[in-house]
Design a protein around this ligand. Sequence first.
Ligand code: PEP
Ligand code: MG
Length: 902
Amino acid sequence: MAAQETVDHKYVYDFAEGNKDLKDLLGGKGANLAEMTNLGLPVPPGFTITTEACKAYLATGQEPDGLAGQIEAHLESLERGMGRKLGDPDDPLLVSVRSGAKFSMPGMMETVLNVGLNDRSVVGLSAQAGGNDRFAWDSYRRLIQMFGKTVCEVPGEEFEHAIDDAKRAKGTDNDLDLDANDLRGLVDAFKKIFAKHTGREFPQEPREQLDLAIRAVFDSWNAERAVVYRRQERIPADLGTAVNVVAMVFGNLGPDSGTGVAFTRDPASGAQGIYGDYLANAQGEDVVAGIRNTVPLQELERIDKKSYDELLDYMARLEGHYKDLCDIEFTIERGKLWMLQTRVGKRTAAAAFVIAGQLVDEGLIDLNEALHRVNGAQLAQLMFPRFKLDHDFEPVAKGIGASPGAAVGKVVFTSARAVELAGEGEPVILVRRETNPDDLNGMIAAKGILTSRGGKTSHAAVVARGMGKTCVSGADELEVNIPAKKFTVAGQTVNEGDVVSIDGTTGKVYLGEVPVMPSEVVQYFEGTLDPEQTDDALVRAVHRIMMHADTTRRLRVRTNADTGPDAARARRFGAEGIGLCRTEHMFLGDRRELVERLILAGTDAEREDALAALLPLQREDFIAIFQEMDGLPVTVRLIDPPLHEFLPPLEQLAVNVAVAQERGEDVAKEEALLAAVRRMHEENPMLGLRGVRLGLVIPGLFAMQVRAIAEAAVTVVRDGGTACPEIMVPLVGAVQELETVRAEAEKIIAEVVGNSGVEVLIGTMIEVPRAALTAGQIAEAAQFFSFGTNDLTQMGWGFSRDDVEGAFFWRYLELGIFGISPFESIDREGVGRLVRIAAEEGRAARPELKLGVCGEHGGDPDSVHFFHEVGLDYVSCSPFRVPVARLEAGRASVTTTGSDSR
Ligand code: PEP
Ligand code: MG
């Protein structure tokens, strides 16, 4: 029964049978070739072997039953259509074999051309080409070279060396000077290389060539580079690749032939127009290999106007059909244009916005679709300063853009030197082969990090992203020599102290100082660039899409801000309130002394004195924030960290006391401090006396803050303003904790507010797993919940949030335990489940319960989609991420499938 099913299974599709929506089955290339075929564009005939055939082959190590027969049948039909037989000695059909997964993937085998050529059919090919022997032998040597390299893993350099030898013998350095005889000699040389490395002769049987090439494409799915790439890009490992078998057309048949690539718009800026390159008398891989110089596509108009006009017509049709930027590969064979590939083209972040805006103008897509076509990661990229590259700055190396931004500084090779030079006020770039946890201090001190090894999930990349620091990783052209304090690249030596510039978005590395310019998108958000007045297409497009996101989103967006200026900036960026005002920052600086008095208070009176001194200062803090937010909700969180964080470190204090005692000075106060520090020392401060526990243990502390908040609100209202305070209690794990604090707070609020009209809400953070699991009870005592996903992740996973990212996350990422740090993007299944349970049970107990999130995840694109899905009312994030959250909240409302666009 199972065997019967396998035999019946359809593993091969003619191009005329597929379409663009079958990418899972036919891969991107195959699906789009089918689509173009069905649009009536001139695609050379061919067929696609499905990803399912690949998966079946990879599972068993054997081609599935029925595949060989289906290939045979489709090949026969192809032969009939072309009027030629594969490898026929007199008039051969030749085919190309091309891989094509759902997502384009470097590291997989790409293409073998000219399959079907052998010692006999090479003669037939020459006859077909009008006696062009040179062309025929050149095609044959290309087959052996590509087949050897990609199918049989013969080292490519051996073939290159043989070509160099042939050119040297001829006294030329131009491939084109090699004539038919030279190429025939080269074929012999290539065959010897092939035999030496594979232990067998180059296969002469055309069908064997074809089968081996197909098998090699299947196998290349599991090539190491492909596996690494998939892991980095989070492409599932079980998709498999399709294989396309396409009748050959030749761009190297003479001056009336050629090959090229084209974009329907500029993929860098999004500008409308014709972009691309053309190379006469060449085959596709010559363009990619950069062996000869291409000409701009516009030149084709002069060279072959008919083909050019036809190409432009197809490009317009493809754009209209795909409703997006398309990139295209084409070949002209003796004046006849063939379309070899198209796909929705990759583009820069700026181009994504500009093109989306243009397509709306052109009526091809609506604003919802435009919103869907861009994403928060792109917007975030556009908010970083960029290098001004209008001079002739050429990169000397290109690595992986691991953490965005533009950083310029002096090169250092050790963490210690980074700290030292940065301490002297010098901007530094830390250069390492790869980083490890010992480099942490240097990474903190540096403006940017550059490594010669490692990918997007290397230690350097992960830690830099966590710190928001520019990083280029895996720039493997760099020869880094740490002991000699230098690196070499492109024949140049860079010593410690020399200046380099690194672009963490593009991965490019420049020698010297490249000028940095501010982001025009930030200027727009800041309000200094008017989108209606500017002719900057990017700003206009961003404005338009942001406005649409704002009208579609259901989630409100607030900000985490503790000061008036931060609050003001966040408002300009579109924040609709403060979701987290951390009050601990208000106890630093010259107020430390008051906190010390509070901690050291021996009597109730001393403690009350210290609190009374803090009260007016806190009131002023809140007045400034309420005024800035002018009627928007402001969630003020009562003090959260352990109080000993406000005291000097134990070691420093102990030394001070010892030195002062030695000198015979009066150290009574320091001794008291030291004793307090010793008394309050905790092994696990994150799980110790902090949050609501402080409020329950230190009489009057929360009461003072509640009073300051209420008095500030009343003051603002009395002065004609509006204030909407929400008091938030941190680290609650049990409803009883909240009830106790709330009872005291309500009394104070009633007393202060009187009939001023001020309304104060009282709610809690949900950041302890127990709180999430007892949310139904806690909601009885809370008017709102705000998810503290930083602590919820810390306690949910048992990961110390201050240590683990630098210590071992790189290994977890490498092993694929998670694809991204759970502190960066919400762990939907685990921590997210706690959020979901708490939201559901909280709302069940109190339907009007307001729900928000104020952990770092509030500004993470993927997490925003999750918070939309679980029905929160708002997300709150740092001011700079407010626009990203607005955009993603809009996208979440128009897309039901979560984030997309790879
Ligand atoms: C949180 O834990 O997510 C939170 C917002 O609080 P903090 O980061 O101040 O602990
Ligand atoms: Mg917290």
